[in-house]
Write a protein that binds this ligand. Structure first.
Ligand code: 9MG
Length: 282
């Protein structure tokens, strides 16, 4: 990757986000298994209520997803994904924080932008045909994430010769492709994709070398919250991984992560407040 001056602000739809402290992105899943057995309406209502709670807890951004990208997850058709995400965007439009939509489908990206999304978070880094065109002329930010394979099978046998340089090279190429298509670098965030086609060792190497990716100049987003690597390290199920999530988040922030994607916003804000106070005192 070429080394560029670090961005101080991110263009993010209706917002211009200062990058002078780590930003907390709260996760809102609009997937039936996440909240309710009350059909789509109940799921949407629960997602909106959850987003308001995360904002009250101090979320700087909200990431709304209508398709699970967990290992082994079944894909969701764009029509269904849009039907889940659009009412949540409409309801949160004036909530005061940027709204990101987690999707790999160009049709969903277009619909999300039409419904006011300020960021597209794509675990496939806009590789789907038509994905770059879907947001090129908008003003939304975009998160380009590295993933080896596809969610349904990505954890079966991840292989790299040298994971850190391969991920950096991939992200560098995706940034170049977006810039060649006319997307300003002030709109682009990158993400090493912890847990997406990676073993525990790959994840640890990537997190340990995160400062290399940060040095390349684009803001780096990291998601470690409740992930299976924490289960592998602690032996705990997803619901008991808060301490591990906070430790991994702080390790990422210490290496320069600009945005952390988390489920537990209040606890993450507290951990960051303490870490930043110590960091600022020295
Ligand atoms: C949707 N999603 C789940 N995990 C993620 C991660 O680590 N990064 C990004 N950008 N999106 C994620």
């Amino acid at each position: 990757m070429n080394l560029l001056r670090p961005l101080r602000r991110l263009r993010c739809g209706r917002f211009s986000l200062a990058l002078d402290r780590p930003l907390v992105m709260g996760v809102v899943n609009v997937t039936p298994d996440s909240f309710s057995d009350d059909g789509r309406h109940g799921t949407v209502e629960a997602a909106i209520a959850h987003a308001h709670r995360l904002i009250a807890d101090g979320a700087d951004l909200i990431d709304i997803g209508g398709e699970s990208t967990r290992p082994g997850a079944t894909p969701v058709a764009p029509d269904e994904e849009i039907a889940r995400v659009a009412p949540v965007l409409d309801a949160l439009r004036d909530c005061g924080v940027p709204l990101s939509v987690d999707t790999r489908h160009p049709a969903t990206m277009r619909a999300a932008i039409a419904h006011g999304a300020d960021m597209i978070n794509d675990v496939a880094a806009l590789r789907a045909p038509g994905a770059v065109d879907a947001l090129r002329d908008a003003d939304c930010a975009v998160c380009l994430m590295h993933m080896q394979g596809v969610p349904a099978t990505m954890q079966q046998a991840p292989v790299y010769d040298e994971v850190v340089s391969e991920v950096e090279h991939f992200l560098g190429e995706r940034i170049a492709a977006l810039q060649a298509a006319g997307v300003a670098r002030e709109r682009i965030v990158v993400d090493p994709g912890i847990g997406f086609g990676k073993t525990l060792r790959h994840n640890l190497l990537l997190l340990g070398a995160l400062d290399e990716l940060v040095a390349a100049g684009q803001p780096v987003l990291v998601g470690v919250s409740r992930k299976s690597m924490l289960g592998e390290l602690t032996g705990r199920p997803a619901g008991q991984r808060l301490a591990g999530s906070l430790a991994a988040m702080l390790a990422a922030v210490a290496r320069g992560a600009a945005i952390v994607r988390v489920h537990d916003v209040a606890e993450s804000r507290d951990a960051l407040r303490v870490w930043l106070a110590i960091d600022g005192a020295t």
